[in-house]
Each structure stands twice: as structure tokens, then as C-alpha cells.
Design a protein around this ligand. Structure first.
Ligand SMILES: [Zn+2]
Length: 227
């Protein structure tokens, strides 16, 4: 697939733990377009003190959410930069249906569109396993994972015999809730792009290399058949 202009966007969607970060960089490189992460945009605008960044800061100072339209403005502003001459890969946005509607509308006004939305699918139980199994050493900060990198003795650091603990963010019930919130908010976005005939699902529950191959397939030249 070749993107043609500033306003053609490929979306990468996936729950926390789906391994989206690595894959986003790979996909952007393959497409020859910048990897645009909405979280980074917000940070850069605030650091530089741009008008958009200052507007966002005012909302945050009041403890309010940054409005979707403001984030969409930042994305559109990013699409105007020279390295996005053939579009961009957007990562981390939209997460909700109203965000998707705001983004689609702005792109449409500019003659652009979502060229493809790729959803990296991983079963909920696997997401929770991946995110929740992390343990840290109290003494030397070494990290372990219950399944992928377990210590020799449960609860004890291999390197220094220190005690292992879990950060509250890594606790199973916290992680399960984070995944549930993502799915509740973002499945309507996945369904929207499915209805619009631009969605490709990729099985994220396989090796990194196999996921890469599936992503390449998902951006193949064959346009998906509209539903
Ligand atoms: Zn240790």
C-alpha cells in the first residue's frame, strides 16, 4: 500500500499489552511515513508552549480532560509537516467513538481519510497475563515475569536474594480493569472502521516476527472489500 497525500492516515489500534509500540515503529518505517503517537504530540506541544499546548494545559490545570477536538487539531497540525507528505501512521488515537468521529470529520474536510485501521487482536486473558506478571526486586530493581522470566525461587531475586514485590499498576485486578476499560471504549471504534470497510484484524497472539508478517499482509496492495 502506498499513501498518497498528507491527509491519508493508517491507524493502529490495540489494547494495552498488545505489543503495539514495537509494531507501530515497524509499520511506519515500512510505509515510509512518520509514526505519530497522540501522547507524544500532547507532550511536545506543552513543552514548546504552542497555542495548542497552552490550551491543553489550561484544561489539565483545571483537572479536565483535553477535548477531542484539540487533540485532532494537533494531529492535523502534525500532518502538515513535510515528513508527512505521504500521510502518517497514527498510534493511540482514536480510543473512543467520539474521537473517531472528530478525526474522520476533520480529515474529510481536508479531502483526506482513514486509509486503513489495523486492530491488533489479543485475547483478554493473554493481555492480563502479559501485563500482570511483572515483579521487581526491592533491593536491586531487577525485573522478573511470572511466565516469561520467572525467578529460580518464587518471591526471591536471583541476583541478590532480595525480596520481590509488585507495583500497584501491575496488580492483576488493576490490569484487568485497564484492559476492560480499553475494550469498552475502543471496540465501537473497531466496529466503526469495520463498517466503513477499512478494518484489518491482525492476530497479536503470536511471535513478534509472525505479527510483523501479518501486518505486512494487512497493508498489502489489495484494498479490503467494503462490507
Ligand atoms: Zn535483587
Amino acid at each position: 500500500m502506498v499513501l498518497h497525500n498528507h491527509d491519508e492516515v493508517v491507524l493502529l489500534l490495540g489494547a494495552p499489552g498488545a505489543g503495539k509500540g514495537t509494531q507501530a515503529r515497524f509499520l511506519a518505517e515500512t510505509l515510509g511515513v512518520p509514526h505519530v503517537a497522540s501522547g507524544d504530540l500532547l507532550r511536545v506541544h506543552r513543552q514548546k508552549g504552542t497555542p495548542l499546548g497552552r490550551a491543553a494545559q489550561e484544561y489539565m490545570d483545571r483537572g479536565d480532560l483535553v477535548p477531542d477536538t484539540l487533540v485532532v487539531d494537533m494531529i492535523v497540525d502534525r500532518l502538515d509537516e513535510p515528513d508527512a507528505v505521504r500521510g502518517a501512521l497514527l498510534d493511540g488515537f482514536p480510543r473512543t467513538l467520539p474521537q473517531a468521529q472528530a478525526l474522520d470529520w476533520r480529515l474529510q474536510q481536508r479531502g483526506g481519510r482513514i486509509r486503513r485501521a489495523i486492530y491488533v487482536e489479543v485475547p483478554t486473558s493473554v493481555l492480563v497475563e502479559r501485563l500482570a506478571g511483572r515483579w521487581l526486586c526491592k533491593t536491586c530493581q531487577s525485573t522478573y515475569h511470572e511466565m516469561f522470566n520467572p525467578p529460580m525461587t518464587e518471591g526471591v531475586c536471583d541476583r541478590c536474594d532480595g525480596e520481590l514485590y509488585q507495583r500497584s499498576d501491575d496488580r492483576r485486578e488493576v490490569v484487568a480493569n485497564r484492559v476492560a476499560v480499553y475494550l469498552r471504549d475502543t471496540m465501537p471504534v473497531v466496529e466503526r472502521y469495520d463498517c466503513l470497510g477499512v478494518l484489518q484484524r491482525v492476530d497479536g497472539n503470536q511471535s513478534i516476527e509472525a505479527v510483523k508478517a501479518a501486518l505486512l499482509n494487512a497493508i498489502g496492495d489489495n484494498e479490503p472489500v467494503p462490507a
